[in-house]
Design a protein around this ligand. Structure first.
Ligand code: KG4
Ligand code: ZN
Length: 359
């Protein structure tokens, strides 16, 4: 639920806008304070990876409990480290969705309590908009832009005609890229989260095991990762049954080459088709070395300006939520204190000017 107010102009004509942002959608508890949507004063991230490693993946109840344990401490620490008095904060932003509902609720309750106590506006923020706006932490975004969102839960090509306007051109029909990476990693014996291990093994391998490319119908911007993932699992199982040694490096390289070729191919085609002035890479899998270098090489060859956030802003963090929330704040779109976790929250409906769709 959201209510529109008048347009805010602070931050554009002098007065600084300080947004305290909270992110608890999955397995990182993070609190940041961001000035004018682009200058990070503080970005604290408490990762739960070590806890979830023992289970081979994120356990939702455990994630929620850990968020509860550290959220208020991180809020206090963030304010202390920023050097601001609490009353100097302009607004409180929080990831409203998508994500694990219990995990989201912890951040939302904490953010609501702070907003209420300080009498500051609350801005419910879309997690994927956050990943996209991580790019604004390194420089102005030029529109129209195309974003390639690759994370543990999402794989999307998003068209942005102007600031804060999102149109999903394509998305995965089954597994997200990060999810496929983690499952492939598990079958190859790498610990959770396996994406970085597969990336490292792929880059070190001398040759690739051939694997299919999944392009889907001509012209489609959708993705499908489950067939490729199954092809890898079949290879691993066949080797096991024959008691052969598994060529983990070759499989990792073959998998990575297939994924990267399709992601780069579709993102560049979208950038061309929609006349993008910039291609934005974002999400946890944007940390992937193979993807970063292939996309950079292709964009250079095709003269498409490319933006990739530094690694610390690719994986889940609250600074990116503060950057996205600033856009909403600028357009006078703030939330009421009734927001709750929205596990399936729509990115398009979160676009600026769509307030009615959110109510
Ligand atoms: O965006 P993110 O931090 O969380 C979600 O919103 O999902 O993404 C986490 C995902 C995990 O699946 C992790 O394995 C993957 O990003 N990842 C990578 C790499 N670094 C993180 N995947 C491939 N290569 C990497 N270097
Ligand atoms: Zn994420």
């Amino acid at each position: 639920m959201s209510i529109a107010t008048q347009k805010n102009t602070e931050g554009t004509d002098g007065e600084a806008v300080y947004i305290l942002a909270v992110e608890t959608s999955c397995d990182e508890t993070s609190v940041a304070i961001v000035k004018n949507g682009r200058e990070v004063l503080v970005n604290l991230v408490a990762s739960q990876i070590e806890t979830h490693k023992a289970f081979g993946g994120v356990v939702p109840e455990v994630a929620s409990r850990q968020h509860v344990e550290c959220i208020t401490l991180l809020m206090e620490q963030a304010i202390a480290e920023s050097g601001l008095a609490p009353d100097e904060l302009t607004a409180i932003a929080v990831t409203e969705g998508p994500g694990l509902v219990g995990a989201l609720l912890v951040g939302i309750m904490a953010a609501k309590a702070l907003a209420f106590a300080l009498d500051k506006p609350l801005i419910g923020t879309h997690h994927i908009a956050g990943h996209i706006y991580a790019n604004r932490l390194i420089g102005e975004i030029r529109y129209p832009a195309i974003a390639l969102v690759v994370s543990g839960g999402h794989t999307e090509i998003v068209r942005m005609e102007s600031e804060g306007c999102f149109e999903v051109m394509g998305q995965t029909r089954d597994d997200a890229v990060g999810e496929a990476y983690d499952k492939v990693a598990r079958s190859l014996g790498f610990p959770y989260p396996g994406g970085p291990h597969v990336d490292k093994a792929a880059q070190a391998a001398e040759s690739a095991v051939p694997l299919p490319r999944v392009w889907l119908e001509e012209g489609s911007y959708d993705f499908s990762l489950s067939g490729l993932k199954s092809a890898v699992l079949n290879l691993v199982n066949q080797s096991k049954m024959k008691s052969e040694e598994i060529d983990a490096g070759g499989i990792a390289r073959g998998f990575q080459e297939s994924v990267v070729e399709v992601l780069v191919g579709k993102a560049v085609r979208a950038a061309r088709e929609f006349g993008a002035k910039q291609l934005l890479l974002c999400g946890g899998v944007a940390a992937n070395g193979g993807l970063r270098s292939a996309l950079a090489a292709r964009c250079e060859a095709e003269d498409i300006p490319l933006a990739i956030p530094p690694l610390k802003y690719c994986t889940d963090n609250a600074a990116m939520i503060g950057a996205a929330a600033y856009v909403k704040w600028k357009h006078g779109e703030i939330s009421d204190l009734y927001i709750k976790g929205e596990p399936g929250m729509s990115l398009e409906a979160w676009s600026v000017g769509q307030t009615a769709a959110l109510s």
